[in-house]
Design a protein around this ligand. Structure first.
Ligand code: N2P
Length: 383
C-alpha cells in the first residue's frame, strides 16, 4: 500500500514521461519484468520507510509483479522522526532511507545490518567517486546504497518575488534569506523553512563564514543569533507541505530541498498556474547530501530488502525515479535513460565545479546534535 498523496494529474504526466522514455530508449521492458520468481513465504513482504515525494509511480508495482513480494510503503519528512523510530527499535521496517549525516551515527550505533553484496550485482553501476563520499559515513560501503543526492537551496515563486524585490535582485545569494531587508518584504507572500536543524544550522554557519560542520558550540550560538533576526519573517516551518504551498502560490520563498522545488515547478507548469517556480543554489555554496537505503538490524525480511536494493539499482528503474523526483542518482548506467532536460539541468546534476562550493553534511557528535535540537526549538518558538 502506498501511503503517499500525490496530485493525480502530475502522476499521470510523470507516467507518460516514463513510458515515453522507455519507449524512446528502445527497451521493450520484457527482459526486465518477465522473470517473476516466487518469494519465500517468510520474505513475501517488504516494509519500506522513505521520504515523501521520492519515488516513481510504478516503482513499487513493478517490483511486486516481478518478485511476488508485497510492499508496505510509508513516508516521512524528517531524519529526526526516522531516527527516533530506529533508536526505539522494532520499527517494523526492512528498508529505511536516512541521510548520511544521520545514517553515519545510526550505523556506528549498530542499528543496521551489513549488506550481503553477493545478492547485489547491480552495485557495479554505482559511481565510485560518489561511493567514496558516502564512505565518510559508512567505511567500506558496507551498509548503505544511495537512493538520491541533492542540495538545499532557495525555492522561489519567481513571478511574485521579482514583483516585490524588482527584476535585478540577486536571487542566487543567501542574502535573500538572511537579510531582514529582503525577508521583511517577502513575508507578505509567505516564507517557509525546512524544519530540519542540521540543514538550517549548516547554512547559517556557512553564511557567517564559519565551518558548516563546526563542532564549536559557540558557533551555533552565533548562528542562532543570525537565525533569530529572520525568525519574524518566516511564516511556516515544514519539510514537505511547502512543495504544494509553492504550487498553490501560498508561499513565494522556501528554504528547501532541490527535488521538492523541482517537483513544485513541474506541478505548477502542469496546473497552468500564472506564475513560475524556480530552484536556485546560492553561488557561495549550499549543503549537498545523500539519502541512502539501509536495512535495520532487526528487519524481518532481509532477503526481500536485498532484492529491493538490487532492483532499485536496475538502470531503467533508477532513471524512472530520477525522471519523477528530479534528484540525481549515483547509478552511472541509469544516466542514459534520464530525460535530457533533467540530465542537463545543473540544479539537479550540478557541474563538478559547482560541487566544489558545496558542503557535504557530515555525521556530528551527539552533544552537537543535542545542542542543535535545543537551539532549533529556541529559534522556532522565538525565545
Ligand atoms: C524528499 C526530500 C528528501 C530530502 N522530498 C531530504 N533528505
Amino acid at each position: 500500500m502506498i501511503h503517499l498523496i500525490l496530485g493525480r494529474r502530475s502522476l499521470f504526466v510523470s507516467k507518460l514521461r516514463i513510458i515515453r522514455k522507455i519507449a524512446l530508449s528502445g527497451i521493450a521492458g520484457a527482459s526486465l519484468w518477465c522473470a517473476a520468481p516466487q518469494a519465500n513465504a517468510k520474505d513475501a513482504k517488504l516494509n519500506i520507510y522513505n521520504w515523501s515525494d521520492y519515488i516513481a509511480e510504478d516503482t513499487i508495482s513493478k517490483f511486486e509483479k516481478q518478485t511476488g513480494i508485497k510492499i508496505n510503503y510509508d513516508v516521512f519528512d524528517s531524519n529526526d522522526t526516522l531516527n527516533a523510530k530506529l533508536l526505539t527499535g522494532h520499527s517494523g521496517y526492512d528498508i529505511v532511507v536516512p541521510t548520511t549525516n544521520y545514517a553515519g551515527r545510526q550505523r556506528a550505533a549498530g542499528l543496521f545490518a551489513p549488506l550481503d553484496k553477493s545478492k547485489l550485482p547491480n552495485l557495479k553501476y554505482l559511481d565510485p567517486s560518489l561511493m567514496a563520499l558516502i564512505a565518510d559515513a559508512d567505511p567500506g560501503n558496507r551498509h548503505f546504497v544511495p537512493w538520491a543526492y541533492q542540495t538545499t537551496g532557495l525555492g522561489y515563486n519567481l513571478t511574485q518575488v521579482k514583483k516585490i524585490l524588482g527584476p535585478n535582485a540577486d536571487l542566487a545569494s543567501w542574502d535573500i534569506f538572511f537579510k531582514p531587508e529582503y525577508m521583511s518584504k517577502l513575508k507578505s507572500c509567505g516564507i517557509s523553512m525546512l524544519d530540519a536543524p542540521d540543514q538550517g544550522f549548516s547554512v547559517a554557519l556557512h553564511y557567517l563564514g564559519l565551518p558548516p560542520d563546526s563542532q564549536n558550540p559557540e558557533d551555533y550560538e552565533r548562528a542562532l543569533t543570525l537565525l533569530k533576526k529572520i525568525r519574524p519573517f518566516i511564516t511556516s516551518f515544514n519539510s514537505s507541505a511547502y512543495l504544494n504551498e509553492l504550487v498553490g502560490g501560498d508561499i513565494c520563498l522556501a528554504f528547501g530541498w532541490s527535488n521538492d522545488v523541482k517537483i513544485a515547478k513541474q506541478r505548477t507548469i502542469e496546473a497552468k498556474k500564472p506564475y513560475q517556480i524556480e530552484y536556485v543554489i546560492p553561488r557561495s555554496g549550499a549543503p549537498i547530501f545523500f539519502d541512502v537505503m539501509a536495512i535495520p538490524k532487526d528487519a524481518q525480511h532481509k532477503d526481500a530488502a536485498h532484492q529491493w536494493i538490487n532492483y532499485i539499482e536496475t538502470p531503467q528503474v533508477h532513471a524512472a525515479i530520477t525522471n519523477t523526483i528530479f534528484a540525481a542518482s549515483a547509478n552511472t548506467a541509469a544516466k542514459r535513460y534520464v530525460d535530457k532536460s533533467i540530465a542537463n539541468d545543473t540544479a539537479v546534476h550540478p557541474s563538478a565545479e559547482a560541487i566544489q562550493s558545496f558542503f557535504l553534511l557530515k555525521p556530528m557528535p551527539p552533544h552537537i546534535m543535542r545542542l542543535m535540537t535545543r537551539l532549533w526549538t529556541e529559534f522556532k518558538t522565538g525565545h
